[in-house]
Structures are given as structure tokens and as C-alpha cells.
Write a protein that binds this ligand. Sequence first.
Ligand SMILES: C[C@H](CCC(=O)NCCS(=O)(=O)O)[C@H]1CC[C@H]2[C@@H]3CC[C@@H]4C[C@H](O)CC[C@]4(C)[C@H]3C[C@H](O)[C@]12C
Length: 325
Amino acid sequence: MCTAATYNTRCHYFGRNLDLEYSYHEQVAVTPRNYPFQFRNVKSVMKHPAIIGMAFVVDGFPLYYDAMNEKGLGMAGLNFPDNCDFKDPQEGKDNIASFELIPYVLSLCSTTEEAKVLLSHVNITNEPFSDKLPTNPLHWMVADGKDVIVVEQTASGLHVYDDPVGVMTNNPTFDMQMNRLADYRNLSVESALPCAFAKGLDLHPYSRGMGGMGLPGDLSSASRFVKVAFTRMNSLSDDSESASISQFFHILGSVEQQRGLCKLGEDKYEITIYSSCCNLDLGIYYYTTYENSQISAVDMHHENLDGDTVVTYDLIKGQQVHYQN
Ligand SMILES: C[C@H](CCC(=O)NCCS(=O)(=O)O)[C@H]1CC[C@H]2[C@@H]3CC[C@@H]4C[C@H](O)CC[C@]4(C)[C@H]3C[C@H](O)[C@]12C
């Protein structure tokens, strides 16, 4: 399971939690402008905006989980089992393999609006990256500083939804997630609204925060959607970089997965392997890992962006304790 979110202050932020019980060898990967993207069915893109994000780099190719380009467009892939339907290549469509979709969109678009146009010709195909890396079911969130969309391909075809809450998780499909939000329409950040339970009954609010009573707290994707939407939509912070990224990681923290709570088998538990936060304006990729709560960062503009090979950074995974005496 995973969660993605956006947050806007003076700058625009985009990121995700990656929740999983195992890990590939993911790294922060910078793809410079002259790295040639060779796609299976459409023509190569030899020159494009630079891209930074989390990727499993195989044979020099960045298999991005989430990334942004230097124009300020971000995109993240999240698990989408059962509903997802990647198809065989189709005549008359731009056939893009699922693992190519992030590079394809981020190398050809600067805005969500442009991504919508590009995606309107796309059929996402089931072609695997390799025998060792079969296709996995995914759906995507795409965001610039202005608009957020969700991209899902199901049996009925490719759907692009406007996302007014700036978050997404996993199943069910995005339209159903939005419908379910109405079940929570009475939740409020107010501590003590007048009692609406029944006439003649004045139930005393014995605690702060009771306006949010009923907000789900379990780890299912449907519950995380409601929890993170409520958190994200009501989030406030100063507009400094420090205050903004702190708030962003708190938004993702509202739906993080602690080891032991989501059991998948004998000694197998899903945890939040990493949380990421892209500053879409500055090209900085921030992240934390399950055991490293200190925020680490890679700034794309500290690299030579005119190169032609992917540059990677290993994740700093150990806890960084700041001893004070
Ligand atoms: C599994 C992850 C989602 C996390 C999640 O939701 N886990 C709950 C599982 S469960 O729902 O609880 O069972 C997703 C998110 C991004 C994905 C990679 C994208 C690039 C590449 C695409 C290739 O085609 C296949 C290999 C590849 C490395 C992908 C592997 C895997 O698919 C990644 C890590």
C-alpha cells in the first residue's frame, strides 16, 4: 500500500509513502537532459527536462517509483491490484509500457494540463521490463503547482480524474474513493461544535479534537484515503522551506505504517520503507526512511544536468541521532 500527496505554500510539494514488506535496491536517481529514453513502441526522446526521483536503476534505465522534472511536474506510481488492466499494444494508440509511463510523461510535459493531452492518446501496455521484473499493477498521481490528476487504466480503458483533494492511495478506483469521502462530510477541525446528536441532549465535549471523531485510523487504502485527505486539506504551516517540508512529512506521517500492524505472512509485515517530498519549484528531492527520521536531500541542480547517464545516490538508512551531551 502507498499514499501520495501534494501540499502548497510559497513553493509546491509532491511526494509519497512507499509501503512494502520488501525492498528492491531503490536509489535517488537524477536523469540528465541528454539521457536517451528509448521506448518499446514510440519514438525515442533524446533531449528532455532533467528528472529526479526514487528509482530502481537496471542496466542504466531508471525505473521510477516517483519523480519530478525540472519544469515542476511530479508523478508517482502506486499499487493498484485487481482493478488495473494493462493491455496489449493497440493500433492507433501511443503504446507505453507501464514502467515507461513516468519517464514518458516527465520527458514530454511541463504541466498537468499537457500531461492530460499526452495521456489522451495513450494505451498502457503490459510489456514487462524484463523476465526478472514482471509487470506490477499501478495507477499514478500527476501534479504541478496548480492541478492534480489521477491516472488509472481499468478494463473499461484509461481514465484521468481531476483530484480536488490532492491525495491518492490504492484501491478502490478514484471515483469510488471520492464518493466514500461523503460519508465523512460532517467531520470538522473545530473542537466543540454545538451538539447535533439530538434535540434536548447536550453532550459535553470532554476532549479537544472531537470534531474529527470517526476519522478512520486503520491502515486499509480506503481508510488512509480519508485520513490523509482530511489531514492534507486542513494542513497549515508557515511558507518557509523548513516549515513546509516539516508539514509535508507530517501529512504523510498521518498514514505511515508501523512494523507489526499489517501482517502479510509468517514474519512478513508491510512498513513505510520511505517517504519522499519533492520541491517542484527548486528540484530538491527530500526523503526519510523507516529507520532514518532525519530528512536527507538531493538537489538536482547540484548535478551536471547536461550529461547523458543516470546519477544515483544510495539512501541513507541508519538513524541519525543528534546527541546533545
Ligand atoms: C510495489 C510498489 C507499490 C507499493 C505498494 O503499494 N505495495 C503494497 C503491495 S500490496 O498491495 O499490499 O500487495 C510499486 C511502486 C512503484 C513500483 C515499481 C515501479 C518501477 C518498476 C516497474 C516494473 O514494471 C516492475 C518493477 C518496478 C521496479 C516496480 C516495482 C513495484 O511494483 C513498485 C515498487
